[in-house]
Design a binder for this molecule. Structure first.
Ligand code: SF4
Length: 390
């Protein structure tokens, strides 16, 4: 396919595709999905080899957010039955981080619900960062605390943070449909603040919220413009108890096309498969490793992922290798690292479902049918007495 040859050439040269080319990737048919993966896989291997970076989420403070992001189980008015707890103590967070690091993660993403941190919160998280860094040599730490005020990024950097995550999530044109309590411009501002403070910027998107292909291309081009080091790609987990509970739009093939498009537009950037990997890619997850060079190990903020051991086996079986702490994630011409996911697309609740015969049924649903059976609220790890999944 001429389109794919052109995109591989551009990806190897770090040249931006046109919007039409990016849209054309999303418009390819399921029959062509292996060709698309093979082409974007060449770009992935050129910049990142067969390495897979593992990141580990620690939810420092869960639920009870005053913001109204529709996709989020921690939002104002969420009926999702997620874990709710206030700030973990530095030692508790460090313990959770250590489990992820022992499982093979090299980066810990410290996430807290809320509009943004107060200065006291920044003090608290700074202490947590210092504790984690003292107790875990060589660890990379990313903070994901919401909208930043002036000076807060610098203080987090001074405490030892390597990166800051704040996702754009969706296009500027649709942002107000998803969230009303803050704006797209607020989010852009925070990513810029992180960048300006010398933190490695991490910013990504959520696919599957009912957006158009144009919206997806818009947000990915906006991300390229912001130039983050890492781009988490979330696939919406439509949690019961949130406004987007019925939005089941994604198939594994659609997810692969989206990841391929992100790889072509951001060829030398850490592309991370974030929330929704297990729910939407399902048994096609190994193919996605040919596109993304980074995943989260184990559980997400408020939902459970597949067992950490299964993540490691999948990576090995697919012919990839876990990136070590002695290996540099990004290509030489880029400085710094990547990050996690504030308010990722996951939230809570395997409960009721539509479409009939899914939970507990022997029948295998069609790809685009709701798979509420795969959505499990996190009930272990941070904020509980049970061991974390890592
Ligand atoms: S994404 Fe962040 S700001 Fe939005 S509701 Fe969830 S926790 Fe709050």
């Amino acid at each position: 396919m001429d389109l794919l040859n052109t995109l591989v050439d551009k990806g190897l040269r770090r040249e931006t595709p046109t919007r039409e080319e990016a849209l054309a990737v999303l418009a390819t048919s399921d029959d062509d999905v292996l060709d698309v993966v093979a082409a974007a896989g060449k770009v992935r291997r050129h910049w990142f080899g067969r390495r897979v970076k593992l990141n580990y989420l620690v939810n420092l403070k869960s639920g009870l957010c005053p913001e109204d992001c529709s996709y989020c189980s921690q939002r104002l008015g969420s009926k999702a039955e997620i874990l709710k707890y206030t700030w973990l103590k530095p030692d508790q967070a460090s313990q959770a981080a250590a489990a992820g690091l022992a499982g093979g993660a090299k980066r810990v993403c410290l996430v807290a619900s809320g509009r943004g941190p107060t200065d006291r919160d920044v003090d608290r998280v700074s202490e947590t960062i210092r504790t984690i860094k003292e107790q875990n040599e060589g660890v990379e730490v990313c903070a994901c605390l919401g909208l930043l005020s002036d000076g807060q990024a610098e203080r987090l950097r001074d405490a030892g943070a390597d990166a800051y995550n704040h996702n754009l999530n969706t296009s500027e044109g649709t942002y107000a449909d998803i969230t009303t309590t803050h704006t797209y411009a607020d989010r852009v501002d925070t990513v810029q603040k992180a960048h300006a403070a010398g933190l490695s910027a991490c910013s990504g998107l959520i696919a599957g919220m009912g957006e158009s292909d144009e919206d997806l291309v818009d947000v990915v081009f906006a991300l390229r413009e912001l130039d983050p080091d890492s781009v988490p790609v979330n696939f919406l987990i439509p949690f019961e108890g949130t406004p987007l509970a019925k939005e089941w739009h994604l198939t594994p093939q659609r997810c692969l096309r989206i990841l391929a498009m992100v790889r072509f537009v951001c060829p030398d950037v850490e592309v991370r498969i974030a929330g929704g990997r297990e729910v939407h890619l399902r048994s096609m997850q190994p193919l996605a490793l040919h596109l993304a060079n980074s995943i989260f190990l184990g559980d997400y903020l408020t939902s459970e992922g597949q067992a950490g051991k299964a993540d490691l086996e999948m990576i090995a079986d697919a012919g990839f290798e876990v990136e070590g702490t002695d290996q540099v994630t990004l290509p030489e011409h880029r400085a710094g690292g990547g990050c996690g996911s504030h308010g990722s697309a996951e939230g809570a609740g395997c409960g009721s479902h539509e479409g009939g015969g899914v939970c507990g049924s022997a029948s295998v649903p069609q790809a685009s049918e709701p798979r509420t059976d795969l959505v499990a609220v996190r009930r272990r790890g941070a904020g509980t007495d049970l061991a974390p999944n890592a």
